[in-house]
Design a binder for this molecule. Structure first.
Ligand SMILES: [Zn+2]
Length: 685
């Protein structure tokens, strides 16, 4: 790249120099047009830092090599953090066009670092001498992780293979960006506009959300079914019109699968072929073997060893449920086998019949404000955290809430930003990420983390009421946020959620358990109009119905996890991925009336980037841990047992990736769990 950016004032640019109160970026000074030039300058600056480390005439030391490498590129990290935040939570045409360029440029940049021979020679030198360096355990662990990361990224390949690998990484990054944009386009373009007369069976809060969604799309007075989970799932559970359920369901599972401009099938085929080639170049039997190398599971066989027995039990349970659903369908005059767009509807009826329990009956007790308060209360009881809202601080959208997080002694710990409501500029799903990680190396840094959700926005003046699932999602993402905010590590690369993929869902899934402990329900699950607590018999029915849909939920999850593994555990990519998906499901004996939770053409976890490829199983792997970890609190008889909470903080939430996950877990619990507690928690034992 020509050296034209020398005069660009990177250090004082608003994307890099975060001057708003509490260490936040001043979003009012950040313009979408500024990213391109800032990225160019920051990439150049980072490259120069790397070159200087690699060319250092002194022999390698931890300071002049490992620490210098870890602390290099901070302007780039800051610019990228804001960019990816906006690209996910509040995008537009300018950012989308830039994303398609930036993703490959970043891949090219980091490939060049990973394959920099002089730099690797210094890391390799340190690694060979590691036993003589007198390293503390965290530093020794970081050195080993760094060395392995270089090797896994191609540092030891010949020049021709390195060049090919860099090309592959760059192309994969572009494909991932396009995949995600296609799904977003299909989600924001599709809506089914209905009149009042079409709404039979729909509960009032859903009608209000659909009216708001229609209004947002310029059709005031109508009711819109959209592909946001907050609308489509309750719609499928309650809509009495079977033809409408069918139309909505087909649009939902057809995202990215349309033979048109936003068709993701060719992107998937190309992605899988490149991933298989990458694995071959790096000497692995499959892409799954490559991706699993630094996880707890370690091998595809271990993943199948977890999923296969779960799959058999889930299918058995789903088949039992299906017979009951068919009986209810017949009673309503449906004389055909129930279809995938019927399952949620009749399941809801069955829940009514068995437990006289309607998920909608809980919503008045799960007002968003109260669920947030419950979430903060748990963090206070377990970890002593205090949350103060900063209403005056603006971010990337006016809906985003900003909180300063303090320790029990009042000292600043972190910033927590939360973006709860669905909008067309936001990709679907729920996630946590960070603008700034926490570490103590060099000048150190305090964390700025954020949560993004897609709850339906209530009409002005009305409160947002959540379903039980949505309240769990809020707790889940907040658990990830705590992993970022409680982090106490020296090295940036092992901060917070920078841990093995199949360990990272432990802090989040574990946190979900506290939503329904009696102390929290009693205090926070209050009716939004009367303030009355949730009646004990409703809470009991909620508990009784907890695993009511275990068969369905586990089948839809495990089918996605198994298809993800089937794609990536082969040495050769399938030519026609959608046919392969169908054949894999048929080979597994997938029930016709249940769809994968994420079908391949919109499986963002696996194809919009590399995050969860050969990794969707991770949720269940972590669930084995979280079920067992919460039992520790149950066994103690106190869900807020102070001694246990302190162990949990120290070994799990604060520890990041400073040691092997098995060692961290055992330090908390004493031993590794078997899958039994997870099967029991899911109601499959
Ligand atoms: Zn998660």
């Amino acid at each position: 790249m020509p050296d034209t950016n020398a005069a660009f004032a990177l250090e004082t640019h608003p994307l890099v120099d975060w001057t708003a109160p509490c260490g936040l970026p001043d979003f009012a000074r950040i313009r979408d047009e500024d990213f391109a030039e800032a990225f160019d300058a920051a990439l150049l600056a980072h490259r120069r830092e790397i070159d200087a480390i690699a060319a250092n005439p002194e022999s390698a030391t931890i300071d002049n090599t490992l620490a210098a490498l870890e602390l290099a590129g901070q302007p780039l990290s800051r610019i990228a953090a804001i960019f990816w935040c906006k690209a996910g939570a509040h995008t537009n045409d300018v950012l989308q066009a830039l994303e398609r360029e930036i993703a490959p440029a970043m891949a090219r940049h980091f490939s060049a670092i990973a394959m920099n021979a002089a730099l690797f020679a210094r890391i390799d030198d340190l690694y060979r001498r590691r036993d003589a360096l007198g390293l503390d355990p965290e530093t020794a662990h970081v050195l080993e992780k760094t060395w392995k990361g270089f090797v896994r990224s191609g540092a030891r390949l010949g020049e021709a293979d390195k060049a090919r690998l860099a090309e592959i990484n760059e192309e994969l990054a572009g494909l991932g960006a396009q995949f995600g944009q296609n799904v977003l386009a299909d989600e924001s373009d599709w809506a089914l506009f209905l009149d009042e007369a079409d709404l039979d069976g729909l509960p009032e809060p859903l009608r209000a959300a659909m009216a708001e969604a229609a209004d947002g799309r310029g059709r005031k007075g109508c009711f819109a079914v959209t592909l946001s989970r907050s609308i489509i799932e309750p719609f499928l559970a309650h809509a009495e019109r079977r033809d409408l359920r069918e139309a909505a369901f087909k649009a939902f599972v057809g995202r990215g699968d349309n033979r048109g401009k936003t068709d993701n099938a060719p992107i998937v085929a190309r992605t899988l072929a490149l991933r298989a080639e990458k694995a071959r170049l790096l000497g692995y039997a499959s892409y799954a073997a490559l991706k699993l190398d630094d996880t707890m599971a370690k091998t595809p066989e271990a993943v199948f060893g977890l999923l296969d027995p779960v799959w058999r039990e889930a299918k058995r349970k789903a088949a039992e449920d299906q017979a009951e659903l068919q009986r209810l369908a017949a009673a309503e005059g449906l004389n055909a086998p129930i279809a995938a767009w019927d399952w949620r509807y009749f399941q809801e009826k069955l829940r009514q019949e068995k437990f006289a329990f309607d998920d909608g009956a809980l919503k008045p007790f799960f007002r968003l404000e109260n669920v947030i308060a419950a979430c903060f209360d748990v963090a206070g009881r377990l970890f002593g955290l205090i949350f103060e809202e900063k209403k005056e601080l603006a971010t990337w959208h006016q809906d985003v809430r900003v909180f300063e997080v303090k320790n029990a002694d009042g000292a600043h710990r972190a910033m927590f930003l939360a973006d709860y409501f669905n909008r067309p500029s936001k990709r679907s799903g729920a996630w946590m990420s960070r603008l700034q990680a926490a570490w103590s190396l060099g000048e150190g840094a305090t964390p700025i983390v954020f949560n993004v959700m897609n709850f339906a926005k209530p009409p002005a003046g009305k409160p947002a009421l959540l379903s039980l699932d949505e309240a769990r999602t809020l707790f889940h993402e907040f658990g990830h946020a705590l992993h970022g905010m409680l982090s106490e590590v020296t090295w940036p690369s092992v901060s917070g959620t920078s841990v093995a993929r199949d360990f990272v869902e432990l802090p989040s899934q574990l946190y979900e358990h506290w939503l329904t402990v009696p102390q929290i329900l009693e205090k926070h699950a209050r009716h939004y109009e009367t303030g009355a607590p949730m009646p004990a018999e409703l809470a009991a029915r909620m508990e009784a119905a907890r695993n009511f849909d275990a068969g369905f939920a586990t089948v839809e999850f495990a089918a996605s996890a198994l298809v993800d593994m089937a794609f990536h555990a082969r040495s050769e990519a399938p030519e026609d991925p959608l046919r392969f998906e169908a054949e894999t499901l048929s080979g597994l004996g997938m029930p016709d009336a249940i769809a994968m939770r994420h079908r391949t053409p919109h499986f963002l976890h696996v194809f919009s980037g590399d995050g969860y490829s050969a990794g969707y199983y991770s949720y269940m792997w972590s669930e084995v841990l979280d079920a067992d970890a919460f039992s520790a609190f149950e066994e103690s008889g106190d869900p807020f047992d102070p001694a246990l909470a302190e162990k949990l903080r120290r070994h799990i939430y604060a520890a990041g990736g400073t040691a092997d996950p098995e060692a961290l877990y055992q330090a908390f619990r004493g031993q590794m769990p078997s899958p039994d507690a997870m099967m029991k928690k899911r109601g499959l034992a």
